[in-house]
Design a protein around this ligand. Structure first.
Ligand code: 5GP
Length: 195
């Protein structure tokens, strides 16, 4: 998606350790107009799917998930992080390794909000090694719900998460796929169709 690629080129900062800082429009300060466009693009791509719920992980995925959910007219459920996430004991939980923090954390979703009848679209801000998406998928499988697709704002194509998800046969659309970002020079993948 050209709009997102242009914004990354103009405002994002490449940090050591293959981390892209997008605090100025996605992760700290939020450009609501841009987020709405991302939501619209994800909706357009997955509108033929009978989505009943959008799943994400707190906190950076929530705005994009909400922008898409408004168009699908379905709720967003975000996995809460940490063992004391204050949602009681009737939860699905799994451990996820965080690429940016270098350690594992627990994600939890109340069983009240994830049903076997649900058709799920996962939405997140970044796809790196795929740990967050695969953690959500484990929970979806445990709930016997159906994962219909994954929508990502920025995929770092050189980190393998996209490949893992595509291998599972789950349709994945990443709005911008970064092929490389060495020496601060960000190169995007040209063809990033939903597979
Ligand atoms: P994964 O689970 O695919 O390895 O990493 C995805 C998660 O880690 C996302 O939810 C995102 O919050 C965080 N993440 C991974 N890479 C980056 C990055 O380069 N920049 C930022 N800001 N977050 C990232």
């Amino acid at each position: 998606m050209k709009l997102l690629e242009q914004r990354i080129q103009s405002d994002a900062v490449v940090l050591d350790g293959d981390i892209l800082k997008v605090d100025m429009f996605l992760n700290h300060q939020i450009d609501v107009t841009l987020i709405k466009e991302l939501g619209k693009e994800l909706y357009t791509s997955f509108s033929a799917y009978p989505i009943t719920k959008i799943l994400t992980v707190e906190s950076s995925g929530i705005p994009i998930a909400c922008a898409a959910a408004e168009l699908f007219n379905v709720p967003v459920v975000f996995a809460k992080k940490g063992q004391h996430s204050n949602i009681g004991s009737n939860v699905f939980s799994t451990q996820v390794f965080s690429f940016t923090k270098g350690k594992s954390y627990q994600i939890n979703i109340s069983k009240d909000y994830l049903l076997s009848s649900d058709n799920i679209l996962i939405i997140d801000d970044f796809l790196a090694n795929g740990e967050a998406v695969l953690g959500l998928k484990r929970i979806i499988d445990e709930a016997r719900a159906n994962l219909l697709g994954v929508g990502i704002a920025i995929e770092k194509g050189f980190q393998g998460g996209g490949e893992k998800i595509r291998k599972l046969g789950v349709p994945l659309l990443s709005l911008a796929v970064i092929e490389s970002m060495s020496d601060g020079n960000i190169v995007f993948r040209l063809n990033n169709c939903k597979e």
